[in-house]
Design a protein around this ligand. Structure first.
Ligand code: DLL
Length: 435
């Protein structure tokens, strides 16, 4: 058994021993090398030298995205600049970047984590991996690239964009694994169909490793049908490494955390209290062996839960559930919490509409009004206005039944919602002062 295989199936006590060592090292490293942590630990009365169990970490203070932004550009670096080999950044919506830095060791770790995804898809040297995530400061492209190289596969570094060329390469170069956002995979599939190419029979894909944005189970099923492959969900974020923090196996029942490199907690976002396995809350991550950009109790704002029980694949690393979305994406409609992906799931039960949608939030008087704009399928050809209105009413009723919220529904022309090569913009907030 290879040591990689060995660590993925190790008894959980062994993983916990690795985690405790990693936590001890990381809290001391942060305290000794990053002034922010020294100040915040001291203020909270947290002694990094006194950690003797994983649970002791719970008394460490959190670090937030704002803390990382405030430290821009290099305030959170734990190593001298001469040891940093690569820098990535996430721009965020406000334009203030968070920085992720990598030493040689960090790059290897990242490659190994993403390579797990390729191994989970039973991929390796016989595969051709088409990397259609954007290359550059976004971690998608290079993360998948390094992972593909580490797995021994052939790598096609095409990056995102130029969709017709993506399609030619998928058809002619024999790509077996596609790495890109799920919305871009859908755009590739739809464009191929429009070009008269059936991706289910003319592409050679076995698997897609898709992430960087939430997508519903129904969206996944449609991708699998159109592209005739298996979709594995990959999670990650610039602040802790990039893609590869957690990846699904072929069982498709949650994403295995790379527990030998990250320690995950779920907290109640309102109180900051830890929640038991099985309960939904905010994911908090501590890196165990990052050198350049370690984090202690980073609040991701991503909502998920730890799935109790073991996975049928035999790997022992705990799984997180597929992400509903971020705390900041959550819509509160008349007091009910709703994620865009839940709206998507309902919408995808209606055959007359496509996968392309946007949710607009606006105000009418004192009330917020939420409107789902969804594209009709090109072959939906209503003869009368009342047919369109009837369909809108039907979708509205399904949303009400499933989510207990009133959402306006507006059918729009096919191809009127902007396509994205990276993360799709699903929510448009038109309320004054909110961007
Ligand atoms: O999106 C890293 C990545 C690249 C992940 C490629 C997967 C594939 P950021 O741009 O920093 O990094 O954005 C991180 O994207 O906090 C989540 O809100 C969201 N996100 C990432 N993966 C998923 C996923 C990359 N599988 C933010 N499902 C995270 C849902 C995801 N949301």
């Amino acid at each position: 058994m290879s040591s990689e295989q060995d660590i993925l199936t190790a008894p959980h006590e062994r993983i916990e021993a690795i985690q405790l060592e990693g936590i001890k090292k990381t809290v001391i490293n942060c305290y000794e090398h990053i002034p922010f942590y020294r100040a915040s630990f001291d203020e909270a009365g947290f002694d990094p030298y006194a950690v003797s169990s994983i649970d002791d970490l719970r008394s460490a203070p959190f670090v937030t995205k704002q803390d990382l932004r405030d430290a821009y550009p290099y305030g959170m670096l734990a190593v001298p600049m001469r040891d940093v080999r690569e820098i990535h950044m996430s721009s965020g919506t406000t334009g203030v970047a968070t920085v992720g830095a990598y030493t040689e060791h960090d790059l290897r770790l990242w490659a190994d984590c993403f390579a797990r995804g390729i191994a989970y898809a039973n991929g390796g040297p016989d595969d051709v991996v088409q990397v259609s995530y954007g290359y550059g400061l976004f971690t998608g492209g290079l993360g998948a690239h390094y992972g593909s190289l580490a797995s021994g596969a052939t790598t096609i570094p095409i990056s995102a964009g130029n969709t017709e060329r993506q399609i030619r390469v998928l058809r002619e170069m024999g790509s077996t694994i596609l790495c890109c956002t799920p919305s871009y995979a859908m755009h590739i599939a739809d464009t191929a169909l429009e070009m008269g190419i059936d991706p289910a029979t003319e592409f050679h894909l076995r698997a897609g490793i898709h992430g960087a944005e939430p997508f519903s189970d129904n969206f996944r099923a449609e991708l699998e049908r159109k592209l005739n492959y298996k979709v594995l969900d990959v999670y990650g974020l610039t602040e802790t490494m990039g893609p590869g923090v957690a990846i699904e196996c072929l069982e498709q029942n949650g994403l295995h955390l790379a527990e030998d490199h990250f320690y995950a907690e779920i907290i109640d976002p309102a109180t900051g209290k830890n929640l038991p396995d099985g309960e939904w809350g905010e994911l908090v991550i501590t890196t165990l062996d990052r050198e350049a950009s370690p984090v202690v109790r980073y609040r991701t704002r991503d909502i998920t839960r730890i799935l109790p029980g073991e996975c049928a694949c035999g790997r022992t690393h705990r799984r997180i559930d597929r992400l509903h979305g971020r705390t900041d994406d959550m819509l509160i409609i008349r007091g009910v919490n709703v994620f865009p992906s839940q709206i998507e799931d309902v919408m995808k039960t209606v055959p007359e509409v496509s996968s392309w949608y946007q949710i607009e939030i606006d105000t009418r008087g004192a009330l917020d009004v939420v409107t789902l704009k969804v594209e009709a399928e090109p072959d939906f050809a209503p003869d009368t206005i009342s047919e369109i209105e009837g369909l809108q009413r039907e979708i509205k009723a399904r949303l009400k039944a499933a989510l207990s919220v009133g959402i306006e529904v507006k059918l729009v022309e096919p191809k009127s919602i902007p396509r994205s090569e990276g993360k799709a913009k699903r929510v448009i907030d038109l309320r004054k002062g909110i961007k």
